[in-house]
Design a protein around this ligand. Structure first.
Ligand code: NAG
Length: 223
């Protein structure tokens, strides 16, 4: 390869490593069950977290338990984990403690989920398709550590690894946003309707991601 070609290939491979991509109206498709396929995200996050809101949409026909958002730090895999146990049942882990929430939802239809947590009260909220489920509390006074390894599609039992097929996500994933504060009800509804306020930790419209294995980006054809 001559020098110019070499430079061009270096240049064209850069965006996937560093660029922030606008994925509005795009989804990650996790098309098969595996213990390999996942997406790594690089958040804008320097300080430990006392409060947060995480919102995203999924469309999946899984009925077994699976990971939705896996945030681990060195020495602690379940520092922040959102897990779907079954239809109508989600759990949130913070610093290895766990709460489970139940509510009514339809199987086999797209789901918009927002999860909030506030350290000073320990209160965790789940909003499913714009509706609040019963509040629970965990890890009052705790601070979520940084820097994280954030993985979509798999559940981390170690920092950046330790995946199990039986916990993997299969389906479509989109519209992920994360804030370092608890959103107001109005702002959660805006996120549900597809017009989220600016997200300062993870922004689907300027996403820094790395695909590993069989994960494909496609237009979103459902709402
Ligand atoms: C977290 O939220 C509480 C109020 O709920 C606020 O007092 C505190 O300053 C917030 N912490 C940070 C780091 O923003």
């Amino acid at each position: 390869m001559d020098k110019l070609l070499l430079w061009m290939s270096v240049f064209t491979s850069l965006p996937s490593a560093f660029a922030e991509t606008d994925l509005k109206w795009k989804v990650f498709v996790f098309p098969r069950e595996s213990e390999i396929d996942h997406v790594k995200l690089t958040p804008h996050l320097e300080k430990p977290l006392q409060n947060f809101t995480l919102c995203f949409r999924t469309y999946s026909d899984l009925s077994r338990p699976h990971s939705l958002f896996s945030y681990s730090v060195k020495g602690r895999d379940n520092e922040l984990l959102i897990y779907k146990e079954r239809v109508g049942e989600y759990s949130l882990c913070i610093g290895h403690s766990k709460v489970t929430v139940h509510g009514r939802e339809e199987h086999l239809s797209p789901t918009h989920l927002c999860t909030t947590w506030e350290s000073s009260s320990g209160i965790a909220e789940f909003w499913v398709n714009g509706k609040p489920w019963v509040k629970k509390g965990l890890q009052r006074g705790y601070t979520v550590k940084t820097p994280p390894s954030i993985v979509l599609g798999q559940e981390q039992d170690a920092y950046g690894g330790g995946f199990q097929k039986a916990q993997s996500f299969v389906g479509e994933f989109t519209d992920l946003y994360m804030w370092d504060y608890v959103l107001t009800t109005q702002d959660i509804i805006l996120a549900y309707r597809g017009s989220p306020v600016n997200a300062n930790i993870i922004d689907w419209r300027a996403l820094n991601y790395e695909i590993n294995g069989y994960v494909v980006i496609r237009p979103r054809v459902w709402d």
